[in-house]
Design a protein around this ligand. Sequence first.
Ligand code: PMP
Length: 360
Amino acid sequence: MTRAFNFCAGPAALPTEVLEQARDEMLDWQGRGISVMETSHRNPEFMAVAAQAEQDLRDLLAIPDNYRVLFMQGGATAQFATVPLNLLGKRMSADYLDTGHWSSKAIKEASRYCQVNVAGSSADANYTTVPDASRWRLSTDAAYVHYTPNETIGGLAFVDIPDTGDVPLVADMSSSILSEPLDISRFGLIYAGAQKNIGPAGITLVIVREDLMGFASDACPSLQNYQLVSDNDSMLNTPPTFAWYLSGLVFQWLKRQGGLKAIQALNQRKAGKLYAAIDGSDFYSNPIETAYRSIMNVPFRLADDALNSTFLSESADAGLLNLKGHRVVGGMRASIYNAVPEAAVDALVAFMADFERRYG
Ligand code: PMP
């Protein structure tokens, strides 16, 4: 069996070792004669899986004790509403930075619950850069400031963590969590859908500072209430047990790779090679201002869009899958999350050079 090189933006590649372990344990987990999916989430053996996953995540990210880790459902999209429903308290407004598709979605959903102040936007630069912090119009009475550190579709990433003073900072880290070490203490709340660097779709990670819980609006569904979810160890109802288990295997795999410093070095090397291939050619291009290029999602265009379908079919034949860009930007996109090996990037770079030779 050969595994293809998978550049999907999400649900994305999972480490082969993790899939092998899940396969080996599928029919007979821990010698019990059943799979992990076939037992109660309240049995001690599953509770141990859940607790270990949390502990491994805490170790990887060095999460301080005054932060709770929640495993929720509904993806990052549910969090677009869950955040204002929980964090507004008595306040009426929140600040949002607008840097592309996903921050725009977060803004649109939050606008149903509060007054959104768009404190900075790079829309007029077609989202090819991060708006200059000196020009942000942060308000003093905002309940929180929300931003998207890595725009998955645009391939745009913040370099610095915004300084918002005493106003809690909220980040949608769906496509960047666990790609590099992170100073959690700078954030009030972090959320991420699992299906890029964490595990399979179906589970949503929330890391929240304890003092921000307990202010949910009466209209907030119980299942989306951070305090209730936390009080019930993320088992207010039946959690997605298999996704939780598999995420735990990914955390253990990450530890075996040497943790986030080691994975960051690898991610930077992978991205460096791909951007060098793009920049070193007149045939490929990436529009993002160099300093703000994502190391996770690398969109690129061919000199002639008429060649797109040929590029996609030939790359797929060469075992390089899911390179089609998002429909709103077109072109190509290579997502190179933690589980995408350096060999995949090497193979893509070689394919790109060969394609350019034949069609450029
Ligand atoms: N935010 C970001 C940055 C994303 O990349 C995505 C998914 N690609 C979402 C939000 C939406 O996530 P979900 O499908 O888990 O709701």
